[in-house]
Ligand binder design. Structure first.
Ligand SMILES: [Fe+2]
Length: 242
């Protein structure tokens, strides 16, 4: 008896089945984003952007305008979570358009999004996200501060899988953890970026004595740069890690 002796399958059929299984679907049928979104349940994927990110300069610019940020979702962060929009409806409209009486009757596409006065004061940050980061168009692009000892209570932002927002870590002190129930802590370092599934329960707790700064990006991605980045990122940070 050889390994391939089987009344149902020839050696060729066995190898064909195994080859099919070994090869990710997105290589032939789907694009990688749809494959990651629909065929996996991974909670995050690190993006391979570290080498290009001027996070030291971005952090300096953000510190200089921190006083223009406003408390974000007090019910979730108890006043320790601050935000300001670089791009959006206005600097201080840090939740989505439905939270604003004058906009809540509109569809998302009818809302006007633009670079804010916060962006004018942060030229290096704005240049990076306008010209280097692989997004074609932004909706909200926000500084998200979490004060020392601050927290974001466990929550889901969506009822279903929502593997979409990109969370860029500008400064993430040791002791500040963004954690998924059952998956553990997202390995944020300064100058790293992750796509996160905000349809799975997550929470953040800053058990350090320094403020954390992340930037959350919503918008349309640049193709094919985005596709190229995803493939590179999955090969570097995805295979064998989930
Ligand atoms: Fe969230």
């Amino acid at each position: 008896m050889g390994y391939y002796d089987n009344e149902h399958s020839s050696k060729e059929e066995v190898e064909k089945e195994l080859t099919k299984h070994w090869k990710p679907e997105w290589l032939k049928e789907k694009n990688i984003y749809d494959w990651l979104d629909e065929e996996t349940n991974i909670p995050w994927l690190e993006l391979d952007v570290y080498a290009d990110m001027p996070w030291v300069e971005i952090f300096k610019e953000a510190q200089a305008v921190k006083d223009q940020c406003v408390v974000h979702r007090e019910y979730s962060g108890g006043g320790t979570w601050l935000s300001g929009c670089l791009h959006g409806i206005r600097t201080d409209v840090t939740n989505d358009w439905r939270h604003l009486d004058e906009f809540k009757h509109l569809k998302e596409d009818e809302v006007e999004y633009k670079w804010t006065e916060l962006a004018d004061q942060c030229p290096i940050t704005t240049d990076y996200f306008k010209n280097k980061f692989p997004f074609r168009e932004y909706k909200r692009l926000r500084f998200m501060w979490l004060e020392p000892g601050g927290y974001i209570l466990p929550h889901k932002d969506n009822d279903e899988r929502c593997f979409s927002p990109v969370n860029v870590s500008i400064y993430n002190p040791t002791g500040c953890e963004f954690r998924y129930r059952n998956w553990g802590t997202v390995p944020f370092t300064n100058g790293s970026a992750f796509i996160v599934d905000v349809g799975q329960e997550h929470a953040v707790w800053n058990r350090s004595n320094e403020a954390r700064l992340h930037i959350i990006c919503h918008g349309k991605r640049k193709n094919p740069d985005w596709k190229h980045l995803l493939i590179k990122s999955w090969q570097k940070y995805g295979y064998g890690k989930f």
